[in-house]
Design a protein around this ligand. Sequence first.
Ligand code: F6P
Length: 566
Amino acid sequence: MTSPDAPVSGATAPVDPTTTPAWEALEAHDAEISGSLREWFAEDPQRAVRFTHDAADLHVDLSKNLVTAETVDLLLQLAEQTGVLARRDAMYAGAHINTTEDRAVLHTALRRPAGASPALVVDGQDVDHDVHEVLGRIADFATKVRSGEWTGVTGKRIETVVNIGIGGSDLGPVMVYEALKPYAQEGLTARFISNIDPTDAYETTADLDPETTLVIVASKTFTTLETITNARLVRTWLLDGLRAKGLTAEQEKEAVAKHFVAVSTALDKVAEFGIDPENAFGFWSWVGGRYSVDSAIGTVLSTVLGPEVFEELLAGFHAMDEHFATAPAEQNVPLLMGLLNVWNVNFLEAETHAVLPYSQYLHRFPAYLQQLTMESNGKSVRWDGSTVVTETGEVFWGEPGTNGQHAFYQLIHQGTRIIPADFIAFATPARPLKDGEQDVHELFLANFFAQTKALAFGKTADEVRAEGTEGALVAAREFSGDRPTTSIMAPALTPSVLGQLIALYEHITFVQGAVWGINSFDQWGVELGKQLAKGLAPAVAGDESAIAAEDASTAGLIRYYREHRA
Ligand code: F6P
């Protein structure tokens, strides 16, 4: 790895991957490659072992992907020729690889252990010191809330923590909270408000007692319309509720101080909102929103799950960072999985990628990954402004197994499109339950094993006939196989393992972006809609001349709204 002191440039020109010898070789290989997963497994009894790697506690079997040893070798050459690992080192060292915003990309610094050596100093900032100073403040705050030392304004203990945020200030916290629910302190729960649809704030607070509710306003910029609007709605709800219980005008400031804390990189804006900067936890511009669950954005997690759980989560992230930084390329799981995605997208023409956790606790993991992957790699220009000449970010989607099996797996098994899928499962159940003598987790895992087997090896027409089927039904019951999957297993869904999983996907996303030459750390594509929404306010409020100035479709829709609102 590059030493943190070494001069590193984020402005290195991106390599057009299609001009590399490796790309050319991959194209030739793609045209020539023959065989099937059935044949490859039959020919090479070592295939599963050869293509299975451990990364920290994750056991990752890549053998059911549509690759041979030669494919992987060529993909590793592609990584070399597009400078993926040099860019990784630049990122870890704090180079401004987010060129369009001229920022370092240092989410990996959020999980470096205290006292890591050599210290990470970037742009004059002692990053390790600042990260651990904030972590310490969050842990102190969380401990006070958890012990009952921190109370609401009427002296009652906090029972519900409501996190208000959207995008990266919501999806990560929600996903981790749902995944690690068994670790929540009894009597303390988290809720989340994100949507500017007022029903979200209404439904989330409807049955809450303001006296026992603590609100965390989480926004990197503290300017996001949804979050600031929801924060104001909830402040009104809280103060109205407390007034009904006798709160006086003089006590309002204290009520806000006791019931509202903030997480942001813009502490001046937090103060403008009326939240005491003493009750604010900061982070830095070098943490992207979708990479921020391990920053102060995780304050809700530290509070409800406990600072030790949050620490363990960070340690898991760090273990995967270390693996990505140091494991040899041919065993480096994020590198290999990122390259397999490039193979699937650019050579096998996959348009989407399913992530299928066999864990109900991970039910928000696919939604979390959608922002991580698609806001990062949904780009058409490279980091120097030139247009890409290959397809880039695929659509990520998914649902937990086995629910998905009874919904969309049909298309993965027998549809006309190739849909690479990651299957995730844990050896130890979070809730071991038995149905009579039957261990239900074993039933669950049998489904996990069966699906990747069916997708890989299918069922031939002869096999269908051998089961007694005849005629037109044979084709309908045939499975082609050769549907690529990756299986990820771990001993249990612990905080550390969850951190490892999240970091794994962060780095996979990074690898794909690096091969394509795109900046995975900006998100200009979300700006136009935000800008137009602001500009449309007068028309939506009924200003006829503003409506008439809109295009015919937009004007028609606004008029429909104006005529039909009750
Ligand atoms: O609009 C997109 C986005 O900027 C995301 O990248 C971000 O996670 C989300 O909005 C929320 O932003 P903030 O944390 O600044 O409120």
